[in-house]
Design a protein around this ligand. Structure first.
Ligand code: TRP
Length: 520
């Protein structure tokens, strides 16, 4: 059976290949961009602690649960959950077919495929930005912007009594003198120029927006067409080690800025007073997103595992890798933010595309630092988009019996088209910029933010909740245990898993959902 399956559906070529692919799915813009951003926003320490608890109590058990369902059913999320339904052709070994009760588990699978489709459509747009910035870095564009700003400030500074100089000083460096004053003014002006370039030249340029979105979808599809071991595994086996090396290099340069200890203190001093219900919810929600849980991405990767793989060990390695990389991202970004006294909250997520390129430019080997940084983002994004697309493609291949190639090309095109409004909604097109679909707590969301909101706030937690219920309550001990290696029903590992997946995870996720509905 395993051999036949291998030919039909594909299988990972090696254990390390699977681990790297799954870690590649988990490690993405969520780690390198969103985690540092929300950690800064919610003032580090206490938020970090809640996040770690969420990873441990929800993330890890759910990761094991998804891998378990995938490994057991050897199908895409829809097929896997369909096979669980109590019907005459239930795929479960025990006597489910005799039960008359109909449980529409397949809805969980559909929700997952829909979430994959939706997330990919906008994730690819943002991933496209990182690609464009890699090219910008290679071309040395940040340096040109910086030099222009420097020239401008130097000219203005020749007359320190001029109205223009006094105005700029008041705006950018009211309390500084001498060299510091000059530096701060140059940096601020250069960042402002970068914001303008980002906003009015890049985000507002429909062809660039659509073009880079297309390139990213193309790259993703290209890898997916190659199949499991020939495409996904091969690609992540190259990209992930590159990603680790780049991170270590960047960490080194960042440590040299001198604000490293301040960063450690920021991350690990627990100021409980800064915790709010909002930050707790954000930590829980992000735990899903960062580990790629709740929509069957990990489940799908689990479906290509062979019988012998240890679920618990794999889940622990993937989770630990993902968490470490999120922290290293903070250790890279925060020292720069602290040292150069930047204010990320004012630029929101934009800091990555506005202020940071200017700062990188002044660091040791700055040109290379910025190239490496944006390459890092692109690599991380690509290994994540691959996993999102694999969910959609595996569904089409398994359920509709269409070849992988045709499934990939058609779904790639459809997702690309569905993502076009996301590419145009930040100023490139009036119509799509003005459209709001959802609002979050009174704030009107544009197309991109709306679908992000729908998927990460609703579909992932709901999916996670039902996966926990399915594995924790619907499956029997025997059905669960058959997928574990060297673990029996009395072992502490199994017992803790069962307790977490039955009680802790669904209750915590249930709280998130109820809170979102507005029950409390
Ligand atoms: N985990 C990725 C990140 O942190 C994003 C991602 C990839 C994802 N696949 C997913 C999120 C599946 C949710 C579900 O950026």
């Amino acid at each position: 059976m395993d051999n036949e399956n291998k030919e039909k559906r594909g299988q990972w070529g090696s254990k390390i290949g699977f681990i790297l692919a799954a870690a590649g799915s988990a490690v993405g813009l969520g780690n390198l961009w969103k985690f540092p951003y929300i950690t800064y926003k919610y003032e580090g320490g206490a938020f970090v602690m809640v996040y770690l608890l969420a990873i441990l109590l929800i993330g890890l058990p759910l990761m094991i649960a998804e891998l378990l369902v995938g490994k057991k059913m050897k199908k895409n999320p829809v097929g896997a959950f369909k096979g669980m339904e109590a019907s005459p052709d239930s795929a479960l070994p025990s006597k489910r077919s005799e039960k008359s009760m109909f449980l529409p588990w397949r809805i969980v699978g559909w929700m997952g495929v829909a979430a994959g489709f939706i997330i990919l459509s906008y994730y690819s747009v943002v991933a496209g930005w990182t690609l464009e910035y890699t090219f910008k870095a290679v071309r040395g564009e940040f340096n040109i912007v910086y030099l222009n700003a420097k020239k401008e400030i130097d000219t203005i500074s020749q007359n320190k009594n001029s109205k223009k100089f006094l105005e700029l000083k008041k705006q950018y460096a009211p309390k500084l003198e001498g060299k510091e004053e000059n530096e701060k003014m140059v940096n601020s002006l250069a960042s402002k120029k970068m914001s303008k370039i980002f906003g009015s030249k890049f985000l507002a340029n429909p062809w660039k927006q659509i073009g880079f979105h297309f390139i990213f979808m193309f790259l993703t599809s290209f890898v997916i067409i190659g199949g499991i071991s020939g495409g996904i595994e091969k690609c992540t086996k190259i990209l992930m080690p590159c990603l680790f090396v780049i991170m270590i290099l960047l960490l080194g340069t960042s440590m040299m800025t001198g604000a490293f200890m301040e960063t450690i203190r920021f991350l690990f001093t627990w100021k409980l007073s800064s915790l709010t219900s909002h930050s707790i919810l954000e930590a829980l929600g992000h735990a899903f997103f960062t580990l790629s849980l709740g929509m069957g991405a990990i489940l799908t990767y689990g479906s290509y595992l062979n019988k012998k793989t240890d679920l618990v060990k794999s889940a622990i390695i993937i989770t630990v890798l993902d968490t470490c990389i999120a922290f290293i991202a903070c250790l890279i970004l925060f020292p720069i933010i602290f040292h150069y006294n930047l204010q990320p909250e004012s630029g929101g997520l934009g800091i990555l595309f506005t202020t940071l390129p200017i700062i990188f430019n002044q660091m040791f080997m700055g040109h290379y630092v910025s190239i490496l940084f944006f390459m890092l983002l692109s690599f991380a994004a690509l290994t994540s988009t691959i996993s999102l697309m694999e969910v959609v493609v595996s569904y089409i291949v398994d359920e509709w019996k269409i070849t992988r190639k045709i499934a990939t090309i058609t779904s790639g095109l459809i997702i690309f088209v569905f993502g076009i409004p996301s590419a145009l909604c930040n100023g490139a097109n009036d119509f799509f910029t003005k459209i709001t679909i959802f609002s979050n707590g009174g704030e009107k969301l544009n197309w991109l933010d709306s679908f992000d909101y729908l998927a990460t706030n609703w579909l992932l937690p709901l999916g996670g909740f039902f996966i926990a219920i399915c594995v924790g309550w619907y499956l029997t001990d025997e059905e669960r245990l058959s997928e574990f290696i060297l673990v029996d029903g009395n072992s502490i590992i199994y017992k803790s898993f069962k307790f977490l997946i039955r009680f802790v995870s669904p209750v915590l996720v249930g709280i998130i959902i109820l809170n979102k509905i507005g029950v409390f």
